[in-house]
Design a protein around this ligand. Structure first.
Ligand code: ARG
Length: 459
């Protein structure tokens, strides 16, 4: 303990404390205080191992564990980010020393902040992935209810953001469900590589205390211990992997957000965002702005930037622990917050939006059935190339003469091109076109109902 009442875990070989500007960049407590629940779990498990290994007797163990309980209550009562300590490891040991005196430092035997911080951070990451998974599921549930509302509603589908073919509102909504389902899968795949225990690697070469890594792993909720101590303290590919899974999710959400922004505009008018998920303008009283969706769209870039910066920070690091790795927490915490806020605002936005069935039906212009008509002609024996060209001519003709395409059936159609003579009035019906798309992943109501069932079963 130093006279200014701060504790340093490495004071002995130095003439004085670090320069203020070094202390400022080096201190990680303002960030890593969030790790305290994991720090305590690791301390408790380590104390048990030290006792098993004969380095602590039962009485010392009980005193330290009771001290840790009191430290926990202190930590629970407020954010300790403003404490003077270098990091969460130092803070917990200092507060433990307040409770049990010098014995507190026994917890440091045979381990290093290098293996402890990797362990704490992996534990935090496992919990964060569980939280994100829960938020994804909430958004997916909102999508399912909104899809139910748009079940039989014909809706325009776009390619190149140009009107293309008819689909249903439900099918559009569910098209955003499946990327999230894959995102959950990616996170659960990554979990297997996060759930390895680094504790026991000490500073990098392995602990000198005879701990049982399998028992420690089990106790702390890991699948198994890391295989190599240098790798255990010096590798963060598992952080990259989780960040990528989160970034891909944010990227997928930015596409959903873009649809919301565009479809809610007066020009499209396919959806209406609830008042609670719209914002106003300080000048234009009439405005209803989709700020939540726009910010969700921007967060795709926020996460991409965090991922890219993080990957770059790992490149070329030498074997073992380097302080560069401390920055993993800044990135992870910022990324989780950015993604969690995005998921939450989109769940609310999706759960409360309404479709404008009339505008959607109005957007289904007959030219969107041109491909269907060509395919039906092909089924009647007109080679598809000729059918495609003939229908193209018909569309141009109708456009030039200001006529509507539905007026062209039988002889009227044949007058434009003889290959078109088989066209019947019902070929220009958008609902009938929907029903024809009954292939497994298609837009037909029956197929979408099956899809919705499948989606429900994933939750
Ligand atoms: N605060 C560091 C981190 O977050 C852990 C401490 C390692 N420091 C050290 N001098 N070995 O990565």
């Amino acid at each position: 303990m130093e006279s200014d009442d701060t504790l340093r875990l490495w004071g002995g070989r130095f003439g004085g404390g670090p320069a203020p500007e070094l202390d400022r960049i080096n201190r990680s407590l303002p960030l890593d205080w969030r790790l305290w629940p994991y720090e305590l779990a690791v301390d408790r498990a380590w104390i048990e191992e030290l006792t098993e290994a004969g380095l602590l007797d039962a009485a010392a163990r009980d005193r330290i564990l009771a001290g840790l309980d009191r430290v926990e209550r202190r930590l629970e009562s407020g954010v300790p980010a403003e404490e003077p300590d270098e990091d969460i490891h130092t803070l917990v040991e200092r507060w433990l020393a307040d409770e049990v005196g010098d014995e507190a430092s026994q917890v440091r035997i045979g381990r290093s902040r290098n293996d402890v911080v990797a362990t704490d951070t992996r534990l935090w990451t496992l919990d964060a992935c569980r939280r994100i998974d829960g938020s994804i599921r909430e958004l997916q549930s909102a999508m399912i209810s909104t899809a139910e509302a748009g079940m039989d509603m014909a809706f325009p589908a776009y390619t190149h953001l140009q009107r293309a073919q008819p689909t249903s509102a439900a099918h559009w909504m569910l098209s955003h469900f499946w990327p999230l389902d894959r995102g959950r899968g990616r996170l659960s795949d990554a979990r297997a590589r996060v759930a390895r225990l680094p504790l026991g690697a000490a500073a990098g070469t392995g602990s000198t205390v005879e701990v049982d890594p399998d028992r420690l792993a089990r106790k702390l909720g890991f699948d198994r211990p890391c295989e190599n101590s240098l790798d255990a303290v010096g590798s963060r590919d598992w952080v990259s992997e989780v960040l990528f899974a989160w970034t891909q999710l944010a990227n997928d959400l930015s596409r959903l957000a873009e649809d919301l922004v565009v479809y809610a505009s007066a020009e499209f008018g396919l959806i209406r965002l609830d008042d609670a998920y719209s914002t106003g303008s300080s000048l234009m009283p009439q405005k209803r702005n989709p700020d939540g969706a726009e910010l969700a769209r921007a967060r795709g870039a926020t996460l991409l930037g965090l991922l890219a910066g993080y990957l770059a920070s790992l490149k070329g690091l030498p074997t073992g622990y380097s302080k560069d790795l401390q920055e993993d927490k800044r990135t992870l915490f910022a990324a989780e917050e950015a993604l969690a806020e995005t998921l939450a605002v989109l769940a609310g936005t999706i759960g409360t939006l309404s479709f404008d069935a009339e505008r959607a039906a109005g957007a289904l212009t007959p030219d969107m059935l041109a491909a269907d008509v060509a395919e039906r002609l092909a089924a009647e024996g007109v080679p598809f190339r000729l059918a495609h060209e003939a229908v193209g001519r018909l569309v141009r003709h109708a456009e030039e003469t200001g006529q509507v395409l539905q007026d062209f059936t039988g002889p009227d159609a044949a007058a434009v091109d003889p290959h078109l003579s088989a066209i019947r009035p019902e070929w220009w019906d958008a609902r009938a076109a929907l029903d024809r798309r009954s292939v497994g992943c298609g837009s037909a109501p029956d197929a979408v109902r099956r899809q919705l069932e499948e989606a429900r079963s994933r939750l």
